[in-house]
Each structure stands twice: as structure tokens, then as C-alpha cells.
Design a protein around this ligand. Structure first.
Ligand code: SAH
Length: 249
């Protein structure tokens, strides 16, 4: 297996592929003001196996197109959506977030939890804006510095891994500069990282390693994740995901 196949293997049966929480998705829905609208068209970009997609389809009168470039995650979402009786509200689309097939001005909301980093926050919000109806909602979670200053070790790690990491005020300025009005922001609580994402992942490590013959490549993936987890545990006061809700202006 190559590295991508290994990463798929580690994450495909997980409930979520990134930090997040159902309550936090619902909080973002509340802040979005979409609650009472009927017949919404929503895209969930980088949906993974669709933990946020399911909440959107439950909480809103909406049809949700769930997009990811890993078909194995979409297959998992289809199974869970059918079990939850939400199959008729959720459509999956295998494709890349930087080449979306939506029509201009066609979506009431674009949702993306823990995924926009893949094309970069600024690139993503610029590229996706045209798919939103005027007044449409963008809701994304994005790696965010929680304080003005932070320990050097943490700074160095994330500047290497994701140089676009920045404070909430800087992210909001990028939204404003690119034709969005911020309508809400909150940082995800540590529970969304630890209980909902890292702990379940750690519980899968030993089976993942034995399933893959304890290969060097599999061990390297586990070591990198353990390193990131230890860093998060040390510095959860300084870094996290910010959830940004903004309106196309
Ligand atoms: N939103 C989900 C998954 C977050 S993990 C959740 O909150 O649980 C990030 C997801 O983005 C992964 O499923 C990954 O396959 C997807 N992804 C990363 N880069 C992508 C790209 N360029 N195009 C489409 N999907 C992408």
C-alpha cells in the first residue's frame, strides 16, 4: 500500500476524519441563520464519511451534495445516511474541491469542516464564492491561533505543516477582503479534538499496524499522528480549529 492507501485505511471506518462535533455543527447552523428556510441547496466540501453532512441533512430542510476525492469515504457516508433514513437528502460526489462542478449562484450554503486547508483558506474561499447565491452562507473550520503569541515549538511545527495558520482576526480580514461578511466565529472546544477525533484514532492504531504487517510506512504514519497529538495536548490553549460563518456580500 502507498501512503494515501494507508491513510484511507486508517480513517475509512472512523466516524469523523477531522476534529469536530455534532453540537458544534449545530451551533454553526444556528449562527448561519439558515434554520427556517425551506428547500436549501448545500454543498459539504471535503465531507469525509460525512459526520457534519448527516447533521446538516437532519437539522435543515435541505438537499446536501457531499463532495470528497476519496470514494471509500463517500461509500461509508452512503451506508450511514441510508441507515439514518437520510439517503434521499444526501447525494455524494467524488471530485476535487479545486474543480467543483456547481453552477454559479446556485448554492444557499457551502459547508467545509477541517478540509479547506487542502487548497488553502484564501484560495478556497475565493474559488467557492461564485457558487453561492448572493447572501449565501459559507461555514468552514480552519486551523487558528487562539492567542496573539505562542510557544516557539508550536509555532515552528504549524508554520512548517500549514503556513496559512493565523489568528481569527486575520482570517476574518481575509473573508472581508474577498467579498464575505463574517456573521459568526467560535473556536472548537478541545473535546472535538481529543474525544471525537484523536482518541478514537489512537484506539485504531494497533489493528491498523497489524493489518498492514507492521510496515515501516504504517509505523511512520502512526508516529506522525502521535507527535501531532502530543503537541495538541501540550498546547490546546494556543491552537485549534476556528469555525467561521460568513455571508456572501
Ligand atoms: N469534513 C469531514 C472530514 C474532514 S477531513 C469531517 O469533519 O469529519 C478532510 C477531508 O477532506 C478528507 O475526507 C479528505 O479526503 C478531503 N479532501 C482533502 N483534500 C481534498 C480535495 N482536494 N478535494 C476533495 N476532498 C479533499
Amino acid at each position: 500500500m502507498n501512503d494515501l492507501d494507508l491513510i484511507i485505511d486508517l480513517h475509512r471506518n472512523a466516524e469523523r476524519q477531522g476534529p469536530g462535533g455534532d453540537d458544534e455543527t449545530r451551533l454553526a447552523v444556528t449562527l448561519s441563520g439558515l434554520g427556517a428556510a425551506k428547500g436549501l441547496k448545500i454543498a459539504d466540501i471535503g465531507c469525509g464519511s460525512g459526520a457534519p453532512t448527516l447533521v446538516l441533512a437532519q437539522a435543515l430542510d435541505a438537499s446536501v451534495t457531499a463532495v470528497d476525492f476519496i470514494p471509500e469515504f463517500l461509500q461509508q457516508l452512503e451506508i450511514v445516511a441510508a441507515q439514518a433514513g437520510l439517503g434521499d437528502r444526501i447525494e455524494t460526489l467524488a471530485g476535487s474541491m479545486d474543480a467543483l462542478p456547481f453552477e454559479e449562484d446556485s448554492l444557499d450554503a457551502i459547508w467545509s469542516e477541517g478540509a479547506i486547508y487542502s487548497m488553502g483558506f484564501a484560495n478556497g474561499i475565493k474559488a467557492w464564492r461564485r457558487f453561492l447565491k448572493p447572501g449565501g452562507i459559507l461555514a468552514v473550520s480552519e486551523l487558528t491561533w487562539l492567542t496573539h503569541e505562542r510557544p516557539a515549538e508550536l509555532q515552528q511545527h504549524w508554520m512548517q505543516e500549514y503556513p496559512e495558520v493565523d489568528t481569527a482576526s486575520a482570517k476574518m480580514a481575509i473573508l472581508e477582503e474577498n467579498g464575505y461578511s463574517p456573521v459568526g466565529y467560535f473556536p472548537l472546544p478541545p473535546r472535538c479534538w481529543l474525544e471525537n477525533y484523536y482518541r478514537p484514532m489512537q484506539a485504531r492504531f494497533s489493528e491498523f499496524l497489524s493489518r498492514n504487517g507492521n510496515s515501516e510506512a504504517a509505523a511512520a504514519i502512526v508516529a506522525a499522528e502521535e507527535n501531532e497529538i502530543a503537541l495538541y495536548e501540550r498546547y490546546a490553549d494556543f491552537v485549534g480549529y476556528g469555525f467561521y460563518i460568513a455571508k456572501r456580500s
